[in-house]
Design a protein around this ligand. Sequence first.
Ligand code: ADP
Ligand code: MG
Length: 301
Amino acid sequence: MVKVKMWHNDGAKVPAKPQSEHKPEVVGCVSAQEILSELNSLIGLREIKRLIEEIYAFVEIQKKRQKEKLPVEPQVLHMVFKGNPGTGKTTVARIIGKLFKEIGVLPKGHLVEVERADLVGEYIGHTAQKTREQLKKALGGVLFIDEAYSLARGGAKDFGKEAIDVLVKGMEDNKDNLILILAGYREEMDWFIGANPGLRSRFPIHLNFPDYTIDELLAIADLMLSKRQYVLSAGAREELRLVLEKEALAHRHNGNARLVRNFIERSIRQQAVRLVRKTGVTRDELMTITREDILKARNSY
Ligand SMILES: Nc1ncnc2c1ncn2[C@@H]1O[C@H](COP(=O)(O)OP(=O)(O)O)[C@@H](O)[C@H]1O
Ligand SMILES: [Mg+2]
């Protein structure tokens, strides 16, 4: 009997599907739903959520078609993530890895995050060796290359070019066992993909990560705090909005959730300093971040 693979009709082996193959279908289903709801619990990112839902549906239907011996589409799932720092790229990549494991696209689904320095070496042969090492670590999961455009920075003589060649070969050799995600600033990534025709066809899925709005950043702050069982007082939220608006005016890249996380963590420390010598601290007080904490966090910034 000829085994039909899920997406590549080129006669290679069916990817290993540990455990999940033996589980009743409904269990896998629930779990994929859980991962999708984790994705949906992220603030904003509407287009990205829609596209991932689409990829998920497509993969599931291909599986069902395969069972019915209907022809399946070859599908390439390598991606380009375009956006400023702190816009959720790594977070979404990690969720995609988990989802792909759950639906049988990847055997492991872990994320290996690298940048130019992890791939490019200092002498001839060094780059190929370093890049192969990272590919090996990522096998079965996602290799996420941050600021991937920097691989083309030095031009034709740069070792970055060698890293790209080794990556492309690694993708070909591990078709069912590896997803590559190239991430970076939008313009730089457009230039990078445009300048490397070999990459364009291999990375058909492009996701845009827009800067978050002030309201989204506030919602992200609320979410991060509630996960840690803290809340903002009304005054604290007002003050945090002012801080975020000021940040937005001061920087080109303002929709940055990482800044929010750092700021929240500083506010939590300021609350602790405020409460540590107080006697009879209530549960409410332990949970609440006040305007004063935000102001102190801002001034220690
Ligand atoms: N939409 C979102 N909702 C909630 N938290 C988010 C969201 N986007 C980013 N974050 C949080 O902000 C921080 C930075 O996100 P990250 O994925 O590392 O950004 P990037 O990789 O684009 O620099 C992480 O702590 C992440 O959990
Ligand atoms: Mg990142």
